[in-house]
Design a protein around this ligand. Structure first.
Ligand SMILES: Cc1cc2nc3c(=O)[nH]c(=O)nc-3n(C[C@H](O)[C@H](O)[C@H](O)COP(=O)(O)OP(=O)(O)OC[C@H]3O[C@@H](n4cnc5c(N)ncnc54)[C@H](O)[C@@H]3O)c2cc1C
Ligand code: FES
Length: 276
């Protein structure tokens, strides 16, 4: 395959656009060649908006979902604001899926503790729905989700379903709840949920996705709970260009986040100065 074709996006069509919060939208997308994306939970695509550019975006739908794949996109800059303005039927480009996602085969049979902060729920949702669709393949599963305020909660209806489900333990928290707002979850940062958790550090594996600041504090709580370093997986975000290990834009020492990650075992990166 020539280098040019590696960088050539597949044409794709926006099938639907749904508002999740003031700054986040969920897009259903289909490749125009009719093929499935065949992603693994935790992988990302390079989204190309014609005339604007590319950005890496996690695939938020599970591979167990039939039909179009989904991207949850927060409008923060050029590409993400541009796609927020697009509508059903508009054309975009997709490269990927890329990167090392969550090691599903390894996680099978284990107890899973999922910790998602803010937009970190987007990649986690793919794994959560995979686990729910193959429930008997996994042990006890707990979701801890936190964001700043109730109006920033992503996938509200799904979180309600997970909370009510007997198959999974789902707990939610917000940093702040303004007066007069109806909120049934905890109030406090996400780490305040961890001391109440009763998990076995021998059998439990944590999967953590969130803003960089969250990792430091979650790691401290997991240290207190006695969870070994190699029982923790996390997804890193770096500015990317090629997405395929060619440009070095996302490099941390000898690691390329786009190719060796974005999901890493904490034991492998905890001593890399720039990683966390
Ligand atoms: C593996 C991976 C998965 C991701 N998944 C998602 C996802 O599921 N959903 C999602 O919404 N986002 C996701 N992101 C984040 C997304 O790729 C970035 O927010 C991306 O920058 C958006 O592109 P943009 O063109 O819209 O923004 P840009 O125009 O690139 O701007 C983004 C922000 O960065 C600032 N900025 C611009 N240039 C620079 C610079 N040179 N140095 C420092 N700051 C700069 C801007 O001011 C702005 O605040 C993911 C990122 C990675 C690496
Ligand atoms: S983005 Fe180019 S090497 Fe990772």
């Amino acid at each position: 395959m020539s280098k040019d074709s590696l960088f050539k996006p597949e044409k794709a069509t926006i099938l639907s656009k749904r508002t999740l919060t003031e700054s986040d939208k969920l897009f259903e997308i289909e490749l125009d060649n009719g093929e499935k994306l065949n992603q693994e939970p935790g992988q990302f695509v390079q989204l190309f908006v014609p005339g604007v550019g590319e950005a890496p975006i996690s695939i938020t739908s599970s591979p167990t979902k039939e039909g179009p794949f989904e991207l949850c996109i927060r409008a923060v800059g050029n590409v993400t604001n541009a796609i927020h303005q697009m509508k059903k039927g508009d054309k975009i480009g997709i490269r990927g899926p890329y990167g090392e996602g969550f090691d599903i085969e390894f996680l099978e049979g284990k107890d899973i503790l999922l910790v998602g902060g803010g937009l970190g729920l987007a990649p986690l949702r793919s794994l959560i729905n995979y686990i729910l669709d193959k429930r008997e393949d996994f042990g006890e599963t707990t979701i801890l989700y936190g964001c700043r305020r109730p109006c920033e909660v992503l996938f509200e209806e799904e979180i309600e379903r997970w909370t009510e489900s007997c198959d999974i333990d789902c707990r939610k928290t917000v940093d702040i709840c303004p007066g007069g707002v109806c909120w049934t979850g905890n109030v406090g940062v996400i780490t305040t949920l961890i001391p109440d958790m009763d998990f076995d550090p021998e059998t439990t594996y944590a999967v953590i996705c969130g803003p960089p600041i969250m990792y430091k504090f979650v790691m401290e709580e997991l240290d207190k709970a006695g969870l070994p370093d190699d029982h923790r997986f996390l997804s890193l975000e770096r500015r990317m260009r090629c997405g395929i290990g060619e440009c070095g834009h996302c490099q941390i020492n000898n690691l390329y986040v786009c190719q060796d990650g974005p999901v890493f075992n904490y034991a492998d990166i905890k001593d890399l100065e720039e990683a966390l």
